[in-house]
Every structure is written in structure tokens, then in C-alpha cells.
Design a protein around this ligand. Structure first.
Ligand code: MG
Length: 138
């Protein structure tokens, strides 16, 4: 199972605050998938990876240590370019562009897209962390 993580609107609520339960969520994801968690964010794009430095001021030091396990991804225009559709995956993001939606649909993978809407439910990451911790197959 590959895990793809956006940052803005998912792990960070805004430029100066982490999302509630971002530490718990990251710990659950990375401990369960230490070999197959990837950044999928504009902070890691076009060969540059600033994901960790963007998160450092906002997360617990223990969580920051775990971030070294998260792998870089390769994409330029569409995030779906980074997704390996031959593997099972979950993609956590607050946004989906129409072109990306079409590609997910073409691969019959719309159910692998996990929308995160922090405005609607600030406890989203807490709930997702619990699901990931409990699930055997995720
Ligand atoms: Mg985002």
C-alpha cells in the first residue's frame, strides 16, 4: 500500500498552524507504512523537496524524526503523475483538480482519494489516524 500525503490544507491548517492531530496522523501513517509513504505536495515538486522544512516549526520533534522515512515523489503539473496505479494506494489531499479527477476515474481509483476538509471537520486527522491504526489491510 502506497500512501501519498499533501501538506497544505491537510497537515497544515494554514501557514502558521499545524492541523489538529497532524502528529498523531503522521505517526500512524509512517509507522504502518515506513517504506511506502510519499509526499504529494507543491513543497515536493519539480525535483525539489522542502516538505520537511515546511513542517519542522509546527510538529513535535518525535514526529519530525519520522519524516525522514517519507519519500520524495516526481510530478510537475498533475499530482496523479506521481501515483503508481499498479499498486494499491491512499492519497490524502484537500483538493482535486478536474484533470486529476479524470485520471483517477480512468484508473477506477476514485475510492483511493481521501478528501481532507479541515474546515468541515477539524477532527478529520484524529479519525483517520484511528482508522489507520486499527485497520489490518490499510
Ligand atoms: Mg493542499
Amino acid at each position: 500500500m502506497n500512501i501519498y500525503l499533501d501538506i497544505d490544507g491537510v497537515l497544515l491548517d494554514n501557514e502558521s498552524n499545524a492541523a489538529d492531530y497532524a502528529d498523531e496522523f503522521l505517526k500512524a501513517v509512517i509507522e504502518k507504512h515506513p517504506e511506502s509513504t510519499y509526499w504529494l505536495t507543491p513543497h515536493n515538486r519539480k525535483g525539489e523537496n522542502h516538505a520537511k522544512e515546511v513542517l519542522i516549526p509546527h510538529l513535535n520533534p518525535e514526529t519530525i524524526n519520522l519524516l525522514d522515512k517519507v519519500k520524495s515523489s516526481e510530478w510537475k503539473d498533475l499530482k496523479t503523475d506521481a501515483i503508481d496505479f499498479n499498486q494499491d494506494f491512499l492519497w490524502f489531499d484537500d483538493d482535486l483538480w478536474p484533470n486529476e479527477l479524470s485520471i483517477l476515474e480512468r484508473h477506477e481509483a476514485l475510492q483511493n482519494f481521501m478528501i481532507v476538509d479541515l474546515q468541515k471537520d477539524p477532527n478529520t486527522l484524529k479519525k483517520l489516524a484511528e482508522v489507520i491504526e486499527k485497520a489490518k489491510h490499510i
